[in-house]
Design a protein around this ligand. Structure first.
Ligand code: AMP
Ligand code: ZN
Length: 454
């Protein structure tokens, strides 16, 4: 069977097929903004995309898929963070890129074939902006920034079905004075010394200095690494508008052809009924979960138990259940013969995955088989379906980090000191924790503990 996914543009379930003569399936997935630790909501999206990548590999073969995921290493948030911390932009984004990569490894995500950075593709972005200016799709505003002229692209809004009236409401008022129309968006932002520090490059057409807008980076990196038309473009549902709508406008006006044959958007992970969000401080990181003693495999499982196109409310109880499920899967595998079973034993599970990535349906099918027993099942067939989910069932993948009671007590004391603004006591208690080999990470509403690396 072939993988079918819901396509946000045509609003229909469509089979994924490579459209290029070389048979290589071209897959682009918007990557993280590297100014802080990615949270498990972000990882829900990246893990769902990893499962898509795995299913495509199983269907087309490993060499017939090219998967690209970018790193947003220059934008308002990254620049703000570097200025707040008095560190260079490169220093900050390197730290969080490395952290992102190590979390991806912990969560058993396959490496994309390319992970291009926005700062590594300034020339490509400038080139595209210059083409858009020459074609009359972009213009320089009075402030020196370059804007995309939405009226020049009749197809604008096809992905999000957004209406002109709604566009005006979502507009960033701060830039309005410099644009022809309030709904136009920035391709290039003119240099503002007070905000941008030393982050600047020569502007398109050599006219002044500035930095790229957020949307153009993906258009430029897709063009360079995958070509003008790709087979699948994905991201979380919050990227559908304006990011992906703007990507379509830029790429299609520049390249004169359709940008992506398929658009897929995963839904959000919620915490207490609200979107898990970096900027709101309402999130768990991978480290938080591991520090609570759960395995990375259980976290990955918990993020896949809900249908990827439905919101999923995250709870620690779901991790508890996931940990049990992982143990069941591990024990079941251990009792299976290596070969000799039915190669199609897990056909029902693959059928569910191929039908719009129905991960809960597929897990249900796997557990139905497990409940029936081992007959006709071998490790080869089992490993294939576990590969699709990307679950590492080895014992070593389950680090049982337990926090000693005296460390928890110290942390609680320090948290209380911090709440009552007794900074001296809080600092002294942090020193005690460090001495004992633990690091305490503070958040708005809570904290987490991590063992210091030896
Ligand atoms: P960012 O680092 O903010 O650029 O986001 C990286 C990816 O995570 C994007 O595809 C977002 O759509 C996605 N994302 C952000 N928040 C959540 C969430 N709470 N649940 C699922 N995906 C999310
Ligand atoms: Zn993007």
């Amino acid at each position: 069977m072939a993988l079918k996914l819901y396509d946000s543009l045509t609003r229909s379930l469509k089979e994924l097929t490579p459209s290029h003569a070389d048979g290589v399936f071209r897959f682009y997935n918007c990557g993280p903004t590297v100014y802080a630790s990615a949270h498990i909501g972000n990882f829900r999206t990246f893990i769902v995309n990893d499962v898509i990548r795995r299913l495509l590999e199983l269907e087309f073969g490993t060499v017939k898929i090219k998967h690209v995921r970018n790193l947003t290493d220059v934008d308002d948030k990254t620049i703000k963070r570097s200025r707040e911390e008095g560190r260079s932009l490169a220093d900050v984004t390197k730290q969080w890129t490395e952290k992102f990569w190590s979390d991806c490894k912990v969560l058993n995500c396959l490496d994309p074939h390319e992970q291009p950075t926005a700062t590594g593709h300034i020339k490509e972005q400038v080139n595209m902006i210059e083409v858009l200016m020459e074609k009359g799709n972009a213009y320089r505003g009075a402030d020196g920034s370059v804007y995309f002229k939405i009226d020049s692209f009749p197809g604008y809004g096809a992905l999000s079905r957004i209406k002109e009236r709604e566009l005006k409401i979502t507009d960033d008022a701060a830039d309005s004075d410099h644009k022809d129309s309030v709904s136009d968006f920035a391709l290039w932002k003119a240099y503002k010394p007070a905000e941008d520090g030393d982050v600047k490059w020569p502007s398109p057409q050599g006219d002044g200095e500035g930095r790229p807008g957020w949307h153009i980076e993906c258009s430029a990196m897709i063009k360079k690494h995958l070509g003008d038309t790709i087979d699948l473009h994905t991201g979380g549902v919050d990227l559908l508008f304006p990011h992906h709508e703007n990507e379509i406008a830029q790429s299609q006006c520049c390249n004169g052809t359709s940008m992506a044959n398929h658009w897929y958007h995963g839904e959000h992970l919620l915490v207490n009924g609200k979107k898990m969000s970096k900027s709101d401080g309402t999130f768990y990181t991978v480290d938080d979960i591991i520090a609570k003693g759960y395995s990375a495999a259980a976290l990955r499982y918990a993020l896949l138990v809900g249908h990827p196109r439905k919101q999923l409310n995250f709870t620690l109880d779901s991790l508890h259940a996931a940990e049990k499920a992982i143990k069941t899967l591990r024990n079941y595998r251990a009792a299976l013969p290596a070969i000799g079973g039915n190669p199609e034993a897990f056909a029902e599970a693959f059928k569910a995955l191929d039908d719009d990535l129905n991960t809960p349906g597929a897990l249900g099918a796997i557990f139905t088989i497990i409940n029936r027993g081992n007959e006709g099942v071998d490790q080869t067939a089992f490993d294939r379906v576990i590969f699709a989910f990307g679950l590492d069932l080895s014992e070593t993948a389950a680090p049982e980090v337990s926090i000693p009671d005296d460390i928890t007590a110290l942390a609680e004391k320090r948290w209380a000191a911090k709440q009552s603004k007794d900074w001296a006591a809080a600092d002294a208690l942090r020193a005690e924790l460090t001495e004992a080999g633990w690091s305490m990470l503070d958040r708005k509403e809570s904290y987490s503990l991590e063992p210091l690396k030896k």
